[in-house]
Design a protein around this ligand. Structure first.
Ligand code: 16G
Length: 241
């Protein structure tokens, strides 16, 4: 219920109330929530206020709207720990989901300048540019663009990158994968990303750039990933030492 005397905005109180009911399993995944009219009657507020609360929850990925049908409870987001250096295939396996990919680009090209620098290559050296949509149980989760040093992986082919790249790398290199430096920032989906990820244009995206090296410090990939912010949250444990 909402407290009209509270300094907290009404729409915010409604958001909290609906979230609580989802947590309590009163509304479960894929359930339709009551209509704006019903909610405005229950909370004794205007429909505009209810709409504001629902829009905020849709933007947060808690609810989703289906035109002509209603508003439904979204699946819980995937919690991705930030600690381990894992692959998409491994991440999905851990959750009992099936990873698959759609290959959009597989080309060998002269490395762009920034990639040359990040992979510690010489000017004119070649890289593979590999663009894949990554799916979990057939649902699109991320679009990834990898740049890999071509000289390090002379036999890489399209078939291989439909499976796990990290698995291939660990099988073919003398060194295991060592560490990565990763940056995460918030962006919004452009038309192309929206279509590939099956989300509305301007939806929130978690953009990640990862620079990975083998155990001996040799850089082997620069990856730019766009993860659906309505399906993912990144989590980490932090210590006060
Ligand atoms: C993850 C990595 C990506 C890596 C890929 C390999 C993030 C943000 N990105 O998606 O850098 O190239 O896994 O996955 O986690 P694969 O072995 O399944 O091809």
């Amino acid at each position: 219920m909402v407290d009209k005397k509270s300094p907290l905005p009404m729409y915010y109180q409604i958001e909290e109330d609906l979230k609580q009911r989802i947590t309590n399993q009163e509304f479960k995944t894929s359930d339709m929530i009551p209509s704006e009219r019903e909610l405005s009657e229950t909370f004794e507020v205007s429909r505009m206020t209810v709409r504001q609360a629902i829009t905020n929850l849709v933007n947060e990925g808690v609810l989703y709207r289906v035109k002509g049908k209603g508003t439904f409870v979204a699946e819980e987001k995937i919690e991705q720990p930030l600690q381990g250096l894992t692959s998409f295939t491994e991440d999905m396996k851990t959750r009992g989901m099936e990873a698959s990919s759609k290959l959009l680009t597989f080309e060998k090209m002269s490395a762009p300048l920034d990639i040359t620098r990040k992979l510690q290559l010489n000017e004119g050296d070649e890289v593979y540019k590999i663009q894949r949509v990554r799916f979990a149980d057939q649902k699109p989760m991320a679009v990834e663009t990898n740049f890999l040093s071509a000289a390090m992986f002379p036999e890489l082919d399209e078939q291989t990158v439909l499976g796990s790249l990290y698995n291939y790398i660990e099988k073919t290199q003398k060194q295991p994968i060592g560490k990565a430096h990763q940056m995460i920032e918030a962006t919004i989906a452009d038309e192309n990303q929206a279509e590939l990820l099956d989300i509305p244009v301007d939806s929130a995206i978690l953009s990640i750039e990862r620079h990975s090296t083998l155990a001996d410090g040799t850089p082997f990939e620069v990856v730019r990933s766009s993860y659906r912010a309505d399906r993912y949250k990144f989590i980490s444990d932090i210590y006060r030492t």
